[in-house]
Design a binder for this molecule. Structure first.
Ligand SMILES: Nc1nc2c(c(=O)[nH]1)N=C([C@H](O)[C@H](O)COP(=O)(O)OP(=O)(O)OP(=O)(O)O)CN2
Length: 203
């Protein structure tokens, strides 16, 4: 079975080397919608794959980091990067050209890192991220499955430690070191988040 949770944010970018001139050479924005599709073959104590509410902690906070921000490829022209950093306090630097396709790979890697660093305590079993859909417009989206997220033909695994959030974004997090901790947990295979059983259970 698959469950789906939708997140939204507004973000600006330029997608270099793109065939469309408007897209390649002009800063422009999109109202993004990101769908997370999670799969499991068993249900938890509440008859769920995973409580939607549990996706509204670190995962929501990290996806919301893209909201009202400018995103740039870290290999873009240094003058352009410096301009964005000077004039927009919310920015995200990514190690890939920020197309819908690469965004779907970035969000797959990001969400997968949080989920694998989370211990669930309500009988959830074998929950995994099936795919991530990034809608750039009402008419265009990209969907990333696990193979795509790590595919050498698409640039290899996303280097999580090369996703950089500006200070203004990090200051809004419940923990300003949230992303560094997720990256570290991913690297060492350690648990970072824990969702214990609710205190009041219906027996
Ligand atoms: N495969 C992709 N194609 C394009 C991407 C992309 O990420 N992946 N991105 C762009 C631009 O960012 C562009 O702003 C969006 O393109 P498009 O869908 O053509 O946008 P419109 O607003 O013109 O959409 P309509 O609904 O067709 O009016 C370009 N291509």
């Amino acid at each position: 079975m698959i469950i789906r949770k939708l997140f939204r944010f507004e973000n600006a970018h330029v997608v270099r080397n793109c065939s469309t001139r408007r897209c390649a050479l002009s800063l422009h924005g999109h109202s993004y919608r990101v769908e997370l599709l999670l799969t499991a073959s068993r249900l938890d104590n509440a008859g769920m794959i995973l409580d939607f509410g549990l996706l509204k902690g670190a995962i929501k906070e990290l996806i919301d980091s893209w909201d009202h921000a400018a995103c740039f490829w870290d290999r873009d022209d240094p003058e352009y990067i410096a301009f964005i950093q000077r004039h927009s306090e919310r920015w995200v630097s990514v190690p890939v050209n920020p197309s819908a396709e690469q965004f779907s790979r970035v969000f797959f890697a990001l969400v997968d890192a949080v989920l694998t660093a989370t211990e669930f305590g309500n009988g959830e079993q074998g929950v995994s991220l099936d795919s991530v859909i990034v809608h750039e417009t009402d008419t265009g989206y990209a969907q990333c499955w696990r193979d795509d997220a790590f595919s050498p033909d698409m640039g290899g695994p996303i280097a999580l430690d090369q996703i950089v959030f500006s200070d203004a974004i990090r200051e809004e997090w419940s923990d300003p070191h949230l992303w560094a901790r997720v990256v570290d947990a991913r690297k060492h295979g350690t648990a970072l988040f824990c969702h214990p059983l609710p205190e009041q259970q219906v027996r």
